[in-house]
Design a protein around this ligand. Sequence first.
Ligand code: ARG
Ligand code: ASP
Length: 690
Amino acid sequence: MKKYLICGALTLLAAFQPLRADEGMWLPMLISQRIEDMQAHGFRLTAEDVYSVNQASLKDAVVLFGSGCTGEVVSREGLLFTNHHCGYGQIQQHSSVEHDYLKDGFWAMNRSEELPNPGLTVSFLERMDEVTDAVLKGYVPTMSEAQRDSVVKANSDVIVRQLTDPDKGVRASVEALYYANQYFLFVYKVYRDVRLVGAPPSSIGKFGGDTDNWMWPRHTGDFSIFRIYADKNNEPSDYSEDNIPYTPKRFFTVSRAGVKEGDFTFVYGCPGSTKEYVISDEVRYVGEISDPQKIALRTQRLDIQKKYMSQDQAVRIQYSSKNAGVSNAWKKWQGEEKGIARLKTVAAKQDFERRFSVWAAGTRYEGLVERLHELYAQREPVYRAYEYYTETVRTVELLQFASNVASALQGGRPVDALAEIFYKDYFQPIDEEIFVAMLEAYDRQMNPGYKPAFFREKLASYGSVEAWRDDLFSKSLFTDRARVLALKEADLEAVKADPAYALYDAFYQWYREDIQPVITRLDRDIRLAYRDYMRAQMEFEPDKDFYPDANLTLRVAYGHVAGYSPSDAIYYAPVSTLMGIMEKDNPDIFDYDIPQALRDIYAEGGHDGQPVCFLATNHTSGGNSGSPVINADGNLIGINFDRVWEGTMSDLVFDPDYCRNISLDIRYLLFVTKEIGHADWLFDEMVFAD
Ligand code: ARG
Ligand code: ASP
C-alpha cells in the first residue's frame, strides 16, 4: 500500500508549478513524503521537527482539546491556547449572574486564580504506527466480511489492551484509514487537570456572532487560554491542589512578525470528518437533496426563533445558544451546496467514474462503481426520511424533553435537574410554532411509505397539524413545570401515556424498526465497496498523492496566506484589522456591540493597523478549531477557528480558488490579553521569536 503514497514526480513538478494552494490533510508520521514540497513552498524545518518519536517535535505541542477541538502549548509551564468557542462550555460553567465570564471575560491574575474544569481533558499524541499487518493477522481472503471484522476487532483489542494504562493516562486506539485498507495505531497521553486562565468577553471572543460566522471579512477574537496541570512527576492526575503546571516536551515559540499575502502557513490539528473519495451519488445527495432540504427546514426554525427573540430580550438570551447551534450548520451547508454546484463536482466525478470503469473492465474492480450506484439508489429514500425525521420531529423541544424525563424515571434518576435546565431556556410559543411548521413539512414532503402509522392516523383524526398542536400542548403534562417536578418513578406509565411522549415514541419506534436496520445494512455494504474503490482509485492513479479522510486524528495541512474573490469584481484581502471592528461597532446590534474598553483604547489612537484575523489556503475541517497556525520557521502566528462559507465544500472537494481557513492573528490575542485583560503576566512565561 505504501508505494502508492510515495510522491515520486512531485519534486520535479514543483519546479514548474506556481505557488499552489495545497489540498490535503497529511499524516504527521508520513510527513517525510511531503517535506520536500513543504520546503519548496518556503518551510524551513525538517520532517523530524514536525513529527518524531525519538526527539521532541512540534507534534508534542499540539493537543486534542476535549473531544472535538485542537489546542497548542505555548510555554514550558503548560500554558495552552484554543478558541473561545472551544472553551465556551467551560467559560459558561464558571459563569453566574455575579460573575458573568461569558459576558465580561475572565482573567486569572496569578496561578491560584486559575479555574479547574472537571471532565475536560487534553490528549497528546505520543506516537502513531502503521499496524495493518498486525490487525489483519490470521485473516485469509476466503473469509467472509463478518469473519474479517472479528479478526480486525480481536487483533485491535489486543493491541489496545497491551498499550492502555489508565494509571499513566495512556489511551490507545486503532483507526481504519483509507476505508480500512490500512490501520494505524494512535497512542495518547491524556491530561485531566486543565484550568481556565483567560477568556475575552464574548463581545470580542464571539464578535460578529452568527452574522459573521463562516464569513470574511472577519473580526472575531476567538481565543481562550488554559493551563495543563500534572502531578509532581509530570504525569496526568485528577484535579488536586498539589498538582503543578505541566512541563511539555515541546511548546510553540510565538512570532510577532506578522503575516502577508503569500507567506507559508502550516496548520497542525485534528480535523474531524471529510469524504474526498466518494462517488458522484454521494456528492449529488449532499449537494442536491440533503443540504437543500435541511437548509429549508432550518430556515423555518431560525425565522420562528428570531421572530420571538427580537420581541423580547429574555427570549433572546434563552434561545441565543440554541439559535447559534441551528445556524452554524445551516450556513455551512449553504456554502457547501453552492460550492458543489459551482465546481460541477457531480459531473466531474461522473466523468472520472466513466474513465475508471473503462480501466476497471476485466479487473477485479469491474462493476464496482455500478454496485455503489445501486447501493446509493437503495439508500437515498431511506436516508432522506431519516434526515427529515431528525430535522423535524426531533427538533420539537417538548417531545425530546418528554423522552428525557421518561428515561430518567425509568433509570431511577431524579428529574429536577433535567427540568431546571429545560424550563430555564424554554419558550413555549416558539416550540408550538416549530411543531406546526415541522410536522406540516413532514406531512408534505414524505411519501406515505415513510410516515409512521401513528402519524397518519393522528393527523387524519385531528384534520390538521394545528388542531393536533392545540390538543397536545394543552393536555401534555410537560408544559407544566410543577407537574414534572412532582413526577415519581411510579408515574412512568402516566408519562408514557402523555401525548408528547406518545408522539416522540411512535416516531422513535418506527425509526428503530423500519429505518435504522436498513441504513445500518446499506452503510455497511457501502463502506465495504469503498474499501475496494479506495484501493482501486490508488491503482488507477498511481501518481496521485492520496491523503486519508479526516477522522479526528492529528494532521498536517500546509498552504499560504491568501485572499480570494468570492464573486465577480470583488477581491477579499487576507488580513483584517481593528479598524474593521470599529467600522462594525454598533451598540444597538448585539453581535457588533464591543466593550467600552476597546472603544477607549482605539480612541487613544495608533491602533488602526492592529491585525485581527487572516485567511490562508490550508485544508481544514470541523475539529481544526483551535489549531496552531505556524510559519515557515515553525513559530506560532495564529489560531485557526473557521473557514469561509464559499469554501465549505472542502469536506467533499477542495477548490484552491475558494477554500480558505480563517485564523486569529496571534498579535490580536496578545493585544486583547494585555489591553483588555491586563493579564500580560502570562507573557513572561512565553517565548517570542521576534
Ligand atoms: N463556524 C465555526 C465552526 O464550525 C465556529 C462556530 C462557533 N461560532 C458561532 N457563531 N456559532 O465551528
Ligand atoms: N469552526 C470549525 C471548528 O469548530 C472549524 C471549521 O469547520 O473550519 O472546528
